[in-house]
Design a protein around this ligand. Sequence first.
Ligand SMILES: Cc1cc2nc3c(=O)[nH]c(=O)nc-3n(C[C@H](O)[C@H](O)[C@H](O)COP(=O)(O)OP(=O)(O)OC[C@H]3O[C@@H](n4cnc5c(N)ncnc54)[C@H](O)[C@@H]3O)c2cc1C
Length: 295
Amino acid sequence: MYPAPFEYHVPSTVAEAVALLGQWQDDAKLIAGSQSLVPMMKLRLVQPKHVIDLRKVPGLVGVSESDGALIIGALTTHRAIETSEIARSRLPILSEAAGGIGDPQVRNLGTIGGSLAHADPAADWPAVTVALDASVTVAGPRGERTVPVEQLISGPLTTVLEPGEILVQVRIPLPGARSGSAYEKLPHPASRFAIVGVAVAVALDGKGAVRRVGGTGAAGKGDEPRLPQVGGGRCGGRPGAPCRLHRLGRLQGPPRRRVHRARPPPCGRAGGRELARLTRFPEPPAATPPRPPAR
Ligand SMILES: Cc1cc2nc3c(=O)[nH]c(=O)nc-3n(C[C@H](O)[C@H](O)[C@H](O)COP(=O)(O)OP(=O)(O)OC[C@H]3O[C@@H](n4cnc5c(N)ncnc54)[C@H](O)[C@@H]3O)c2cc1C
């Protein structure tokens, strides 16, 4: 099936794209990697009269490090993140998650910004970025603002982006020493979308591990679609230690079928894997006790 006819616009700056969005309002749609929008246009689930292509806007692609954070341009493809040397060395969970998205075509074209803006409840980036406490920079008619990813997605395929706003970058704070993260998903056998997926970020402190968890999962037959969930909690700093994770009940509760199929639960598997890696790190040297005074 062909999409309904539309006019195609290619702005060369973010400001120009914002202006076009403002001009055409609900009749316009941004396009980035096209991997979600075009299928929906072909099915005529959306019929924008104006399509605004962000791919010629400079400055929206790339992974860099700045001020203790990784900055990923919204138009950066999954494949570019998967192969980014900075991502691999600083936050390998990003390359790991990117490499599990869809197929080579989807990874070569689809973008992290498009994925977060599209807010598919089965997508991988929402879970991963929520666990990593990421935020997005959004440009709009009133300038730029920052939105934590945890607050960005307000429902299935729904975000708090206002009319005329464009997601321009994702900022992920770099974790400190003795910390790490992992992502596990039970992929749909055809699309590789997550039937259930859990990202876990772990930081070891003196008493145990502090965790932050993000979850994702597609709606199955008769299931409610779900938002990326966030939870946190403490557990012993050793592999397999029991954990108390808050707010994950919604992910692990009904529908139980999904979690049963994902045994061992991805949360435990991702967390356990990361704890195992982390606890192989040598303990920081203990402070040398003061010598007793010579008599
Ligand atoms: C066969 C197949 C398998 C897939 N498997 C997976 C998978 O395993 N895991 C996964 O996470 N995803 C998967 N996807 C989805 C894929 O990751 C898409 O790339 C992603 O969801 C949308 O990104 P995009 O750049 O293609 O956005 P587009 O399709 O171009 O746009 C999607 C939506 O976001 C809006 N948008 C795009 N960019 C911006 C922006 N910068 N600011 C504001 N709004 C914007 C558009 O207006 C549109 O409404 C799959 C897709 C396909 C077709």
